[in-house]
Design a protein around this ligand. Structure first.
Ligand code: ATP
Ligand code: MG
Length: 351
């Protein structure tokens, strides 16, 4: 099993180091290959995503990614900026499914934007399509019939695009609470009607999963009113962009949230993917030793579960993180004082 480790910029290397320690402690015989990415790669090799880094990523079973973003690179041309590295990886490796789990760990209920008793019921996974929708359709400006300027963005989804994300979502639901809610706007949009048809068709392959449908406006309301009703939510790129940020605020700190971006390629033990914390490089706190590494450690757990077929070990990591929190090991983002290495140590002790 090969894992590419791309620490990146800012707090990326600090938080990635702790996640690597956790993977190594499990002693699974995983070979870790580190490579530069983002501003660090630009400074060393003149490009944010050097071909050697891309090769290591492509050759791996899964990628652990820190963060990219470097104020020193602000003046560079767009294609040389650090952020292009993550966009390039997603595109080059066809990572079309973004998975964002949202769960309130015990003891963190007060950090949610919701009432503690509502927040504590949250344990959901948003599966967002990443490669289609209105972001990639034809777009531009033109003149409207009344002579005024008009902007347009074509929203489109093909059956195959919907089918591949639906399979990811159904498989994720099989590994969790076996309930899948598909979110669309089928009362208004043709793309959504197609989306719904294809999701229903795909459901035939997963008789053990209960499928429901919800319009996106209602889903936005239900996420705040009664988020405990959701297990896995699958939705398109635009709706997913909005709902996944909304869901992340329902559970609290940016330093706690992991994500996976999956493709179609199967590895020996799962699906190839890229795993990263949802936070960025946070240059304001880089090098100070108090970035919370838990989001990256939880991303490593997702890597073990989805790409390496090591669900039991992933559970162990998540349980250890939960225990550390219950024991009051809190980073500054959660109002505590534990530093990066201290949090890593605390998780390792409880593995
Ligand atoms: P980027 O441009 O790379 O996205 P950013 O400046 O937007 O970086 P983020 O990483 O998105 O910064 O985070 C926003 C703020 O949240 C940061 O200023 C930082 O103080 C805080 N933060 C982010 N991640 C963590 C973390 N892991 N631990 C503690 N605080 C964090
Ligand atoms: Mg940011």
């Amino acid at each position: 099993m090969k894992v590419a480790v791309l620490p990146g910029d800012g707090i990326g290397p600090e938080v990635t180091r702790e996640a690597v320690r956790v993977i190594e402690a499990l002693d699974l015989g995983i070979s870790l290959q580190e490579a530069p990415v983002g501003g660090a790669a630009y400074k060393a090799h003149g490009h944010p995503l050097p071909s050697a880094t891309l090769d290591i990523a492509r050759d791996s079973d899964g990628i652990l990614f820190g963060a990219v973003g470097d104020p020193d690179c602000d003046a560079l041309e767009r294609h040389l900026r650090p952020e292009q590295a993550i966009l390039g990886l997603r595109k080059e490796l066809t990572l079309f499914a973004n998975l964002r789990p949202a769960k309130v760990f015990k003891g963190l209920e007060d950090h949610s934007a919701l009432r503690p008793e509502v927040a504590s019921a949250i344990d959901l996974l948003i599966v967002r399509e990443l490669n289609g929708d209105v972001y990639f359709g034809e777009k531009g400006f033109r003149t409207a019939p009344d002579g005024s300027r008009e902007g347009y963005d074509i929203m489109s989804y093909s059956e195959s695009e919907v089918r591949r994300i639906a399979h990811v979502a159904f498989r994720a639901a099989q590994g969790r609470g076996k309930r899948l809610c598909s979110v669309d706007k089928a009362n208004v949009l043709e793309t959504s009607q197609l989306w719904r048809d294809v999701v229903i068709e795909t459901a035939a392959d997963y008789p053990d999963v209960t499928l429901t449908h919800m319009y996106v406006d209602n889903a936005a309301m239900q996420l705040v009113r009664n988020p405990g009703q959701f297990d896995v939510v699958v939705t398109g790129n635009l709706f997913g962009d909005i709902l996944s940020d909304q869901a992340s605020m329902c559970v609290g700190s940016i330093g706690m949230l992991a994500s996976a971006s999956l493709g179609e390629r199967q590895t020996a033990h799962g699906t190839f993917g890229l795993y990263e914390p949802i936070h960025g490089s946070a240059p304001d706190i880089a090098g100070k030793g108090f970035a919370n590494p838990m989001a990256t450690i939880l991303s490593a757990a997702m890597l073990l579960r989805h790409s390496l077929g090591k669900s039991a070990e992933a559970d162990r990591i998540e349980t250890a993180v939960g225990k550390a929190l219950e024991d009051g090991v809190l980073g500054r983002d959660l109002g505590g004082s534990a530093g990066t290495t201290e949090i890593g140590d605390a998780v390792l002790e409880r593995l």
